[in-house]
Ligand binder design. Sequence first.
Ligand code: AMP
Length: 429
Amino acid sequence: MSFNKLGLSSALLKSIQAKGYSEPSEIQQEAIPEILKGNDILAGAQTGTGKTAAFALPILHRLQNAESKRRRVRVLVLVPTRELASQVGESFRDYGSNLRFRVSVLYGGVSINTQIDKIRKGVDIVVATPGRLLDHLNQKTLNLSELETFVLDEADRMLDMGFIRDIKRILKYLPDEKQNLLFSATFPNEIKTLADSLLNAPKRIQVRSSNSTAEKVVQVVYPVDKARKRELLAHCIREEGWFQVLVFSRTKHGANKLAQQLSKEGIDADAFHGNKSQAQRTRALKDFKDSKTQVLVATDIAARGIDINLLPQVVNFDLPYVPEDYIHRIGRTARAGQEGKAISLVSADEHKLLFDIEKLLNSPIPRKTIEGFEPTQNLSTEAPKSRGSRRRKPSNRSKGPERSRSSRGRSSFNKKRNKRSPSKSKRRP
Ligand code: AMP
């Protein structure tokens, strides 16, 4: 199928061509015609499927078709993380490069005054994370009463990160009459309830299950002793000529340490996690995307939403405690139909974590022992003896994993967090 058949304006088709997209992805084929018709959408699609263009293109088309003389916020896209906000904002600017709409990206960790100045000059499209958006709404520096389209992107991630109350507060500032588009990889009950209250006779679209990203990624486990993981990583980077590699570490401390050690060995590496300032995160990501940094060592929570074109490989330096995070990690590569490789350096003590991941994938991951790094303790292929619940975050917070909230520990996290004022609390994804 070609983009020409979807009914998009010639200005948008020109931008699509400039981006080099030859044909619409599955979610784009399904969602674009429905959004163009003005329908509400309930879409099951995860990041990497081309979902941003699936809503940005028809939204821009509709804005263009009903040009307004007076600039006002006509579109709001709510996303869970700052990185995703930047990327979605960038996509709107790219796809709308032949149009005259102004996009504003609002997230915390940076000056609110600069954002206020920009809003005052007039914006058409706002892409925001919930906390900062609420700050603007509470301070009345942003008016959403004339909104035409509302997009809730990665709704399940919002829930995981404890944003559900903020979303409900934000909804009170929006007009009843508007087009609503909800995107989520999964549909837990709270999202279903939210969808029921928000959406008006939505068209339901489902493109692939949340596990299918894994199918496009070539996955392999390198069994290795824990103490030799760093050495093996440096060896692979050099011997296999990895020029751009995203490495996942379970903890912020571990990410810093690994980046420092690799740098000492002459490999350009940087760390990326929630303890870094927004400016540091933006710079680290930019340097990595521009190939100035060869290795980016990231924690799970910070890496959410990272979209790097043609990222060839992802390395799991430690396996995540939550098996779903493995799928999310490896989904950073092999995006939009590209090929990608995910290598996991696994020591014998991670046997149970590996077992849980393979159970979720419903298939074993091939093992490859690297010459010179043969483990002294073999990685068992047997099911672990006690099949209890997944591991939980250790109580030592400074050294504990910077884990996503997609685990079973989520409810207690939310309970704790909700005791504080939601708009004031710090969320550092
Ligand atoms: P998303 O799922 O929106 O995060 O998009 C993932 C990646 O796919 C981004 O790098 C997009 O630029 C890219 N992309 C989106 N649509 C297409 C398409 N039709 N063909 C090729 N790449 C695409």
